[in-house]
Design a protein around this ligand. Structure first.
Ligand code: NAD
Length: 520
């Protein structure tokens, strides 16, 4: 279904259930605006996480195909850079409308390949779409500066594209992360080589098709596939000037180090362990809903999942209600209308998550809710785990120290706000954090003293909309941060500044001796 386009009057030509696909179609590369079959010798089987039935085979793109993608992007760059900003803006307007048109189709691809519920998959698309929408305002965002620095002399600054840039994407947001990169990279005049996650490239392939339909010329967006071999090619290819990466610590640190050593600009968002601090003066019902939704939504496979609860003082008494509300969530195949959360991405991921839960039990935590072994009636073969809650967790435990990336909430307790802030600040990650309180002074103190990039006050998942940037901190972002995704920082990432200083003397020089010193 990656390669077909549909008219609005037809029946959907995309999947609407987890039914076994009779003849799975191989995923293609996308080079020069053409979906081309790969000549790969290695293929990665992609399974529906709800059933573990084969959906497609993803190629490990061959060295020739990888080179062809960069050749195509390098060839397209001069002409693309020379197009007017207004022309690129028009393509973005079109792309936005096409993503809206095919929103359901994109979401269906995500539910099938990634597993999240259809309604959540629509949110995945929307969060990426919003970046494309802000890219439509590029004509006011890319203005430079000008200053008359002395008589007859002025300096101007321009933001110019870098050339060929690359994006390496994770599995958990198959539409949002490609759309964190594609609109801003291309509207600023770059050509992009994208490697979607080999675990769910379908949404990126649909986006490529839509970008072509919107008018993106051949070579401005190319898509290749695979895992480490493709990443290594990107890291070492001299014509690639910058790399956008989102994913795990291990891959991200490697990509940041090797990419930077090769002289590339690298932005790399990594793992997380996001804490929610609950003060007993918070609105109880709203707080419990917020925590349960943010801990278990998307089966906990969000980098901003609220996976760690810090109950301050008497708020520890809320635990039984948190457990009850988590228990009430429906775990099911993502296409089922009643599903609150779907499966996790793979059997390997499931066993890693279950192992981390067991490690908590072995280290002395209390298993308040055990979702291990849960199987929805219709989906006995899927990678399911129902909401799981561990309490009496301490900071030394493995289940606290590692990112679990599953529907597991670990709960710790402190007596005071100060202790809670200290606990959060001692954690090596610094992606997101939230506090729930009705006290302005508590919130103000928290906001000032907490060390995290994205802070929520009665907001469980405080991801900024794309007029701001996604601002991780500490170990959640490689290289000490700064190279943030989207917003002003995102535009800076995809551009380099050029300053031009010009002198147009209104009268000829009277002095006849050349100056050899710097003017003072
Ligand atoms: P992952 O690191 O396994 O994969 C991400 C990309 O890196 C994929 O394209 C993959 O092919 C490639 N890759 C994987 N291992 C590699 C290796 N050893 N060498 C080179 N390349 C490699 O990550 P994932 O499991 O797809 O995504 C989940 C992770 O992403 C979580 O840790 C989550 O917190 C993180 N994440 C972070 C953010 C953020 O903005 N901070 C957003 C989403 C996801």
């Amino acid at each position: 279904f990656h390669q077909t386009s549909r008219s609005l009057t037809e029946m959907p030509d995309y999947p609407t259930s987890h039914a076994k696909i009779a003849n799975p179609v191989n995923t293609t590369n996308f080079i020069d605006n053409v979906a081309v079959e790969s000549k790969a010798t290695q293929w990665i089987d992609l399974h529906d996480p709800a059933t573990n039935e084969l959906v497609t085979r993803v190629p490990q793109s061959t060295p020739d195909e990888l080179k062809a993608a960069v050749d195509s992007a390098a060839k397209a760059f001069p002409a693309w850079k020379a197009t007017s900003l207004l022309h690129r803006q028009q393509i973005m307007f079109k792309l936005v409308s096409l993503i809206r048109r095919d929103w359901d189709r994109l979401a269906a691809s995500i539910t099938l390949e990634q597993g999240k519920t259809l309604s959540d998959a629509k949110g995945d698309v929307l969060r990426g779409l919003q970046v494309a929408e802000t890219a439509c305002g590029i004509t006011t965002q890319l203005t430079g500066e000008v200053l008359e620095v002395s008589k007859d002399m002025e300096t101007r600054s321009y933001k110019e594209p870098l050339g060929v840039v690359a994006a390496i994407c994770p599995f958990n947001f198959p539409a949002m992360i490609p759309l964190w990169c594609l609109p801003l990279a291309t509207v600023t005049g770059n050509c992009l080589v994208m490697k979607p996650s080999e675990r769910d490239p379908g949404a990126a392939m649909i986006i490529a098709e839509l970008a072509k339909e919107a008018g993106l010329p051949p070579g401005v967006l190319n898509i290749v596939h695979g895992s480490v071999d493709t990443v290594n090619f990107i890291l070492d290819e001299p014509r690639i000037k910058a790399i956008s990466f989102v994913g795990s610590d291990k891959a991200g640190e490697y990509i940041y180090t090797r990419g930077s050593a090769n002289g590339k600009r690298v932005q790399a968002n990594l793992g997380a362990k996001n804490h929610a601090i609950v003060i007993p003066d918070a609105n109880k019902n709203a707080t419990i809903n917020a925590i349960v939704g943010a801990a278990f939504g998307a089966a906990g496979q969000r980098c901003m999942a609220l996976s760690t609860l810090v109950l301050v003082g008497k708020s520890r008494e809320w635990l039984p209600e948190i457990v009850e509300r988590a228990k009430a969530l429906k775990v099911n195949g993502g296409f089922e209308p009643d599903a609150d959360l779907g499966p996790v991405i793979s059997p390997q991921s499931l066993s890693r998550i279950e192992g981390l839960v067991q490690s908590g039990v072995d280290e002395g935590a209390t298993l308040l809710l055990d979702g291990r072994g849960f199987r929805p009636e219709k989906y006995p073969n899927g990678n399911f785990i129902a909401p799981t809650i561990l309490s009496n967790v301490t900071t030394e435990m493995k289940c606290y120290q590692e990112e679990i990336f599953g529907p597991v909430l670990v709960c710790l307790e402190t007596e005071t706000l100060e202790d809670a802030i200290d606990l959060v600040n001692r954690n090596r990650y610094g992606n997101g954090v939230a506090i729930f309180t009705n006290s302005g002074s508590t919130a103000a103190r928290f906001q000032r003293d907490i060390e995290a990039g994205q802070v929520g006050i009665n907001v469980p998942i405080p991801v900024p909309l794309p007029m701001f940037s996604f601002t991780g901190n500490k170990a959640s972002i490689a290289g000490g941060g700064g190279n943030y995704f989207y917003g002003k920082a995102g535009l800076n990432f995809y551009t380099q500044q050029k300053t031009v200083t010009s002198l147009w003397r209104s009268e000829d020089a009277e002095c006849t001796k050349a100056q050899t010193v710097m003017p003072t």
